[in-house]
Ligand binder design. Sequence first.
Ligand SMILES: [Zn+2]
Length: 287
Amino acid sequence: MRREGINAVLMQGGHPIAFESRKPLPHERLYSIYDKEMLAIMHALAKFRQYLVGNRFRVRTNHNSLRFFLEQRQLQERQQKWISKIQAYDFDIEYAKGKNNVVADALSRRPATLSLMSLDTDWRAQLLVEYSKDRFACGVLDGQVADDRYRVVDEIIYYRDRIFLTEGSQLKKKILRAAHDSPLAGHQGFTKTYRAIRERFSWKGFKEDVLQHIRECDVCQRNKGEMNHPAGLLQPLPILEGKWECISMDFITGLPMVQGKDCIFVVVDRLTKYAHFFAISAHYIAA
Ligand SMILES: [Zn+2]
């Protein structure tokens, strides 16, 4: 269970097959960390019941104290209820350290970082190819660059502990997209996108690339914020006090000529809406 919510993953043969997540209720937030973990397990058991009953399975959690739950002697009422429910299942509890419990770790990670993580599988190979074509990168790899901000660990170049990308790297776009366009990144503004990338990556002109990427982002373009000044309060017309104090005038033109008149001059009193209509000829208007 993470601070943000109760998360559980059902796995089979090392592959996740179902996810479950919910927010803790207000009173559940007050549970001890120990009980929170148990709550998460109870929730997972209930949700995945149809897969679990009748089978022996393992519950992996990254909270050590849970292993001892079942061996505990003095139980509170809540815990007793849990224990009685648990009887229906046949399982062992296994403590997985953060590193092994990849799912729990991934769920606790901030979304932006998580989406960058998904690059991990193929970017390494591409990165190494790009290094081999780049003169500067080759220099660093061969130890010819006397700049201690660059380090090489496991063939990857780090600049100030961030993964270094070559100038023409194709990975830049991938990273920018992961950090900005992916559903998890959600088209955040410059600062958040910039920081998400800066956490792990570095390349020359990286700040400008982030700026440009956001400027050219189609989705962001379509959802531009209102840049005008707010319109301010409405300015209603003054309320009139007497009739014929304020009038409106208009002409109805383009009528067929009747007895030398082809136009109606309309005068309306704005307060009473009383109207006068005058038949006139259009050349009066022009005059
Ligand atoms: Zn965008």
